[in-house]
Design a protein around this ligand. Structure first.
Ligand code: CP
Length: 360
């Protein structure tokens, strides 16, 4: 089926004014009675919420280990339905949300491309999302356009049937639930050495267009004495908006192109891929940026407790020879995504207290 070239553009009065506000001024609009209602920005999460999510994810993980625990979890939301609208490619976010919904017993619908929905006929994405809200109780969105999840949540919150929207990645902008699973991974990994407070974290690669490092950077305001090392080629330096945010919140950060000098200093190395999908002139990153790759040789240069993370998918940034080192946590990190996303959904539907009762 051919895709319609001309999308219907609809004018929503008030949206332009709202969209121009600072994120801090928008947060109340995505909450309901002191609880988060839509998950759009990483800036929505404070320390208490992050601690609570990690605790709840641990509880869900423990309950899931036994048949009786898993059965209890699967009854919690068996009366609820979720829509996974993923019109930008995804493996982990899609599958982990799908399985998070399954853990809690939710029924799932999915659309994974605009060529099989009525967007082919020119229906606007906003009307498409509003249509989902007629059928389901939760919409999880992965979209190539920055701000798309925010706009659709804004639209839905003014209808008679608002349902929660979770941003599963919006263009090069934000990936708040990836940031949640990254925090969960960091906190679990540093459980015996004081947690994330006081740690040094290197973020490496395409920091300009990598939404995961952007969202994770926002969350650092919740932790004490964290230092960030932004390691990237000049063309992929972290953008000024994030650096401005870090300065405002007195979070120390350094920028460098010298990855080698940073390796022995840090407690975590967060590798990222060159986001070629946003390039106008795609290049062969395998050949061009080897100094920003992590190889087996580097294992000898990092601290014994230093963890190696990656949001995945990877290209050439980490050699497969690194995978079996106990400090390589990226496979555990992606699995953590399922637990923390289940925790987030349980929270949104207010069944976290039912889960907590299992541990009384
Ligand atoms: N980390 C992440 O968002 O992976 P996917 O693109 O595969 O969902």
């Amino acid at each position: 089926m051919e895709s319609q070239k001309e999308e219907t553009i609809q004018i929503y009065r008030g949206w332009t004014e709202f969209s121009k506000k600072e994120v801090s001024e928008k947060l109340d609009f995505f909450s309901n009675k002191e609880r988060l209602f839509d998950i759009i920005f990483a800036q929505q999460f404070d320390r208490a919420f992050l601690n609570f999510m990690c605790h709840l994810a641990n509880q869900i993980r423990l309950l899931s280990k036994t048949k009786s625990g898993a059965n209890k979890l699967s009854q919690l939301l068996s009366h609820k339905r979720a829509m996974l609208y993923f019109v930008q490619p995804s493996t982990r976010t899609f599958i982990s949300f799908l399985n998070a919904c399954h853990i809690l017993g939710m029924k799932i619908s999915e659309i994974r491309g605009t060529t099989t929905s009525s967007e082919v006929k020119g229906e606007s994405p906003e009307d498409t999302i509003r249509t989902f809200s007629s059928y389901v109780d939760l919409i999880i969105v992965r979209h190539p356009v920055a701000g798309f999840a925010e706009k659709t949540a804004w639209v839905l919150n003014q209808t008679e049937r608002p349902v929660s929207i979770i941003n599963g990645g919006s263009g090069p902008d934000q990936h708040p639930t990836q940031a949640l699973l990254d925090i969960y991974t960091l906190e679990r990994s540093f459980e015996r050495i004081g947690g994330l407070d006081g740690k040094k974290i290197a973020m490496v690669g395409d920091l300009k267009r990598g939404r995961t490092v952007r969202s994770l950077s926002y969350l650092m305001k919740n932790y004490k004495d964290v230092t960030l090392y932004f390691v990237s080629p000049k063309v992929f330096k972290m953008k000024d908006d994030i650096k401005g945010f870090l300065k405002k919140h007195h979070i120390e950060f350094l920028e460098t192109e010298d990855f080698d000098s940073v390796k022995p200093l840090v407690d975590a190395i967060y590798m990222t891929r060159i986001q070629k999908e946003y390039s106008e002139t795609p290049s062969k990153e395998a050949d061009i940026y080897p100094e920003f790759h992590f190889t087996k040789k580097d294992l000898a240069r990092i601290q014994s407790h230093c963890i190696i993370m990656h949001p995945l998918p990877r290209r050439y940034e980490i050699e497969v020879d690194v995978d079996n080192d106990p400090r390589a946590v990226y496979w555990r990190q992606e699995r953590n995504g399922m637990w923390i996303r289940a925790a987030l959904i349980a929270y949104l539907f207010c069944v976290d207290s039912v889960i907590a009762r299992e541990f009384c």
